[in-house]
Write a protein that binds this ligand. Structure first.
Ligand SMILES: [Cu+2]
Length: 339
């Protein structure tokens, strides 16, 4: 910059002080504030995009990103240290960070589980490529590329807003699996799965999508065919077709810890869980019905997932049930047992 013509003697002392302040303030002004969204959902909350939108962003050292949560389903914004082991979202990383936070890779940063309208801001003082995860949903990842000030940024906020809207639309309108109950389409005809029998209930479907920034998942938080009609002595079978999201089938009292099955649940020879309901007041809880996690080279493989739950009904009546994790999103059903 040419400054030879600058003659400070012509300026009043006050103006000189103003210049000093300007020099102090300018570096703050160029530290940009970026925006992204956490999650998306359909109007009836049944379709949940488990995704950072967008899930790849390039910023400069010193910039901040504010994530706005947009769903009734809970998520976290979490930056773990390189190689750090994930902990349950209730534990944090461990603990929870104040808002706003600073992440430089040396100390983990995480929110607690947050929902619609809540926000969280992170400032990045150090260059690097930082993975962003949600502690609630293992297949929900993103990356923040923090570049030195000498590097140009490839995109502006408008680009990321468009990217977020496109990814949101692609996830929420995905119909490869027909698991929702928004009431309009029957797609069994173009599904390669056999058509459900009367006593079989799909307990959630889902699909993982990938971008260069990480993975995003559509989870349909609904019991397909939520009303099942059977006769006394018959068995209903629930199957979770979601690749990552657990669900439960819960009759009666909801347990404090939804992960394990209730004591009256046994395991069938094929690994499916099974219970018998003998009365309208019986409480039965499947525990998490979930696909096995993806394996990784160098780690012990996981056992097959417990993806099925069966209940045999020995008495006539109407038996309402919920998914203990997603009933507030509307994941409920009932079994009508005819004599
Ligand atoms: Cu569920």
């Amino acid at each position: 910059m040419k400054r030879q013509s600058f003659d400070s003697t012509r300026f009043s002392p006050i103006f000189r002080w103003m210049l000093v302040f300007a020099v102090l303030i300018v570096p703050q002004v160029v530290q940009a504030q970026w925006h992204a969204t956490v999650g998306a959902q359909s109007k009836n909350k049944g379709r949940q995009a488990l995704a950072f939108l967008p899930n790849e962003i390039w910023i400069h050292v010193g910039d901040s990103v504010t994530w706005k949560f947009d769903t009734d389903e809970i998520h976290t914004v979490t930056f773990l240290k390189p190689g750090q082991t994930r902990l349950p979202f209730q534990v944090g990383c461990p603990g929870f960070s104040s808002n706003p936070s600073i992440f430089d890779g040396s100390t983990c940063v995480t929110t607690g589980p947050l929902v619609k309208e809540q926000t969280f801001t992170v400032t990045f003082p150090v260059a690097g490529n930082f993975k962003l995860v949600c502690l609630v949903h293992p297949n929900m990842t993103a990356v923040v590329h923090v570049l030195d000030l000498s590097q140009p940024l490839p995109h502006d906020q408008d680009f990321y807003d468009e990217q977020a809207a496109k990814e949101r639309h692609d996830l929420l309108s995905d119909t490869d699996h027909n698991g929702d109950h928004e009431g309009d389409h029957e797609r069994d005809a173009d599904s390669d799965r056999p058509r459900s029998r009367e006593n079989q209930v799909t307990a959630g479907t889902g699909e993982i999508a990938a971008t260069a920034g990480g993975s995003q998942t559509l989870s349909v938080m609904r019991f397909k065919h939520p009303t099942t009609v059977i006769h006394v002595g018959e068995t209903v079978e629930w199957t979770n077709l979601d690749p990552v999201t657990p669900h439960t089938i819960t009759f009666g009292i909801e347990p404090a810890n939804p992960m394990p099955p209730s004591a009256n649940v046994t395991t069938d020879a094929d690994g499916a869980r099974h219970a018998v309901i003998n009365s309208l007041t019986d409480s039965v809880h499947s525990g998490f019905i979930i696909a096995a996690p993806q394996d990784r080279i160098g780690l012990a493989q996981s056992p097959p997932g417990v993806t099925r739950f069966r209940v045999t009904f020995t008495q006539a009546g109407v038996f309402p049930y919920i998914c203990a994790l997603h009933d507030e999103l509307g994941m409920k059903g009932k079994v009508i047992v005819l004599p």
